[in-house]
Design a protein around this ligand. Sequence first.
Ligand code: MIC
Ligand code: SF4
Length: 640
Amino acid sequence: MGENLTRKIIRKHLVSGELKAGSDISIKIDQTLTQDATGTLAYLQFEAMKILRVKTELSVSYVDHNTLQEGFENFDDHLFLQSFAAKYGIYFSKPGNGICHQLHTERFAVPGKTLLGSDSHTPTSGGMGMLAIGAGGLDVALAMSGEAFNLTMPKVVKVELKGELSAWVSAKDVILELLKRLTVKGGVGKVFEYSGEGVASLELPDRATICNMGAELGATTSIFPSDAVTKAFLKLEKREKSWVELLADNDAEYDETIVIELAGLVPLAAKPHSPDNVSAVSSLKGVKVNQVIVGSCTNSSYRDLMAVWHIVKGKKISPNVSFAVAPGSRQVLELLARNGVLADLIKAGARILETACGPCIGMGQAPCSGGVTLRTFNRNFKGRSGTADASVYLVSPETAAYSALLGEISDPSALGVMPEIKLPAALEIDDSLILAPSNSPEQVEVLRGPNIKPLPDFKVPGELIVGNVLIKLGDNITTDDIMPAGAKILPLRSNIPAISQFVFSRLDKDFAKKALEAGGGFIVGGTNYGQGSSREHAAIAPKYLGVKAVIAKSFARMHFANLINFGILPLVFADEKDYEKVDAGDVLKIENYHSQLKTGLLTVSNTAKGFEFKAKAALSERQVSILLAGSLLNAAGKKG
Ligand code: MIC
Ligand code: SF4
């Protein structure tokens, strides 16, 4: 039997372990990326490792999240990142250059290489045939120091694309279809590898969109083959030399297969408040819309904005809609400025936003109270837009643009014949906002504004873990629930004591106070606890408040790893019925922690209610040693 593409790349990068789904493996990382909201902490951790230069083939530090600059904090962080990059051998992409994933795909992604990024949508570069994985900042810092990345060998799912998409149906509808079928936890422990004759009909930006939002399936990553389409895109970017053909063997073996008939897809929308709450756009006809935004790392490419232009040019946006457009990169913005499309968008009534994450992470453009907003983004978790009672729908650029014209959710299929949307014939490459690292690193001083606080210390845990259940939660709790973002909180990412005050603030505004007063304690969660982003702040900030363990029905991959990295014990109820018996306020106790942890099955006593239950710690030896050392930095002897 032949080999699939995912296994080929993993085998080539394998440092330890066996290529057997479910087993622990470690792989060499060729490239890393960070963005500013996770980057400051990642670099502080890298600094603690006392290494003079990064050891990867390429590391890039992007600034795209915190660009509102309401106070000194953001700009200070940018200066820290810029000086740090210059000193330690990292390329630095300045604010205004664009969103990390869009930019990485344009300028740096290389078929067949591995990329580890401190952002959950790092798999976007999978559209280029890369094995691109999201992780916590500490894992990325370790990769920069030359260490291998540890992960569970994923199952490889073949997604066979048949036929071609119908008019006005696009890549977003493909990934929404998968979310509808598989849900936000359907991809945990899996890589989605696209194949079949339909692949050739998708341009590189379409592939990037699909891989980007594979993150919402909880997948380890997604990947497309590297073929003639990949070559053409690299040629356009004047990077043809990076191209290699990479295909799965004809008789490749897969763990699962899913078939999608592209011609059978219709425009889809993810309804509030989850990316898997998917329905046909036609079934939502007539829902009045207050706001439409085209942008984010999912759908802000040249191709996407050209599709929008075809729909709105020469027309006017509905008077009742606020319509904003945030191009994904300066390259895209410049192209649109030169070919006149930007002028037509402005004429139609668009508000042109900075090339950055912006509204996707609640940095501006919050909807009106009780408002309906259509966004081409990837996440619509409650409150993430900045307005708690807003209804956020995730749609394709085509659905967004058509609905903006009509003022209500509208199916773009009604537009009839679709013009061919082509990538530009040629491109002028301008990397002037990407700064190369310094040749005299010893002369570079790392600039630290007052917002940048040192990392907290992590103590070695004792034999007794005891505390209150501080909060009891349901299924699919997101990292946005645990550690919200948005214009008020995001600027505090380099200041753990300050940001900790906002842990769970949307669900229980007194959580931080209660946790500190109680001397820490336990969190109880349902299935897929910690889905969503890679932000390690969702682990380090609860840790700072004294959280000792999370007991849940199951965990999302990145958050599970982040909890361990910062010394919080992630336990799974051995019998899910015990979840029902534990309540907020109960006192839980784990005795003989060190020896119990090594057995993988721990006895937890609920001293308030007088019963015991079992909880599983499905951990590798490495993870056990990290927990017993108090944190990954301690375990690696790098701090503490
Ligand atoms: C997100 O989309 O939630 C973010 C903001 O990009 C995060 C990273 C972060 O929290 O800084 C992600 O997706 O990993
Ligand atoms: Fe930025 Fe949104 Fe993409 Fe996260 S999902 S990287 S916030 S654009």
